[in-house]
Design a protein around this ligand. Structure first.
Ligand code: PEP
Ligand code: MN
Length: 334
């Protein structure tokens, strides 16, 4: 349920109402927008007298919210959320390119890729240090050393880093990581999501392999209900009966998530297609569909990559995609 406050009401009166609601055992989430303040009520509102609430002179309207996600819901928070990582912004009209290899493989590799994607206009560097591989015999990532190498690339290029966490036990290693990714396989690891709710770093949540958008939003809710509101949603394709591509990119996820939620939405055309030559058209389509950013795998030597070489762009291909994406964005924003 949400209570929309009349414009111009003093903060002390809003605080008093919040205290009264909290006293009734409800969680209270206040959103101060440019024009309106909204109080979101979290928990069982069945015992609350709506008529009483609506009758208060500071309340304009009370509305029931039927969706089970509250904090991520646009009804609670009409303005777009902007994620700000030391001045690098994502969401609310700020478009971000997140680029880098699937996995951090060596010092030379990550530094070379970081320098090239930075030159092409990327605003974040990605790279996996802990890799969720289907086979335990495949390269599992460089773990702590991989994070150290990403931090070195950050120091040199200034690019904030995005890297995946697989276990809450590893959280101390992520202290200097800018954005923590939760991958498609861990997106319903609710204990991990709860732990990430206790920190304040931005969390990028990738849609589950067979996950619905509602399930993705409920995963966001796990993080946000713990107090961490810095969440980025990522569409990375879902498994379908189609075999021509690694996954099926659901581009309608972009406008649907924007309707349902105020959180920024990023598209990953690399994992969505699994084929490097398909990354460019899907990246352009995602930009045209209104994505707030793209996550693209780039490798300095895709043929010899230890993970996901087939879908990785060369630095030259990324340069071209980044340029074309900027063109598309300038058209849709005209
Ligand atoms: C990744 O980004 O490297 C990754 C493993 O992605 P996903 O979880 O979407 O498969
Ligand atoms: Mn990958």
């Amino acid at each position: 349920m949400i209570a929309i406050i009349r414009p111009g009401v003093e903060k002390t009166k809003i605080d008093a109402l919040c205290d009264w609601l909290s006293g009734r055992g409800l969680g209270v989430h206040v959103t101060v927008g440019e024009f309106q303040t909204i109080i979101g009520l979290i928990g069982d509102t069945t015992g609350l007298d709506i008529g009483l609430l609506e009758g208060l002179d500071i309340v304009e309207r009370v509305q029931r919210v039927s969706e089970p996600f509250k904090s991520a819901n646009r009804k609670f928070h009409p303005d777009d959320t902007v994620i700000d990582v030391g001045g690098v912004k994502l969401g609310g009209g700020n478009f971000a390119m997140i680029a880098g290899p699937c996995s951090v493989e060596s010092r030379d590799q990550i530094l070379e890729v970081a320098r090239s994607v930075k030159k092409s206009g990327a605003s974040f560097l990605r790279g996996g240090a802990f890799k969720p591989r289907t086979s335990p015999y495949d390269f599992q990532g460089l773990a702590a050393e991989g994070i150290e190498l990403l931090l070195e690339a950050k120091r040199e290029t200034g690019l904030p880093i995005v890297t995946e966490i697989m276990s809450a036990h590893h959280l101390p290693l992520f202290e200097n990581v800018d954005v923590i990714q939760v991958g498609a396989r861990n997106i319903q690891n609710f204990e991990l999501l709860k732990e990430l709710g206790h920190i304040r770093k931005p969390i990028l949540l990738k849609r589950g392999i067979a996950g619905t958008l509602k399930e993705l939003l409920m995963s966001a809710e796990y993080v946000m209900s713990g107090g961490n509101e810095n969440v980025i949603l990522c569409e990375r394709g879902i498994r379908s009966y189609e075999t021509a591509t690694r996954n099926t990119l659901d581009l309608s996820a972009v406008p649907v998530l924007h309707e349902l939620s105020h959180l920024p939405v990023v598209v990953d055309p690399s994992h969505a297609t699994g084929v490097a030559r398909l990354v460019r058209p899907m990246a352009l389509a995602a930009a045209a569909a209104g994505a707030d950013g793209l996550m693209i795998e780039v490798h300095n030597d895709p043929k010899n990559a230890l993970c996901d070489g087939a879908q990785s762009l060369t630095p030259e291909q990324f340069e071209d995609v980044a340029h074309r994406v900027r063109e598309i964005r300038s058209i849709i924003h005209d």
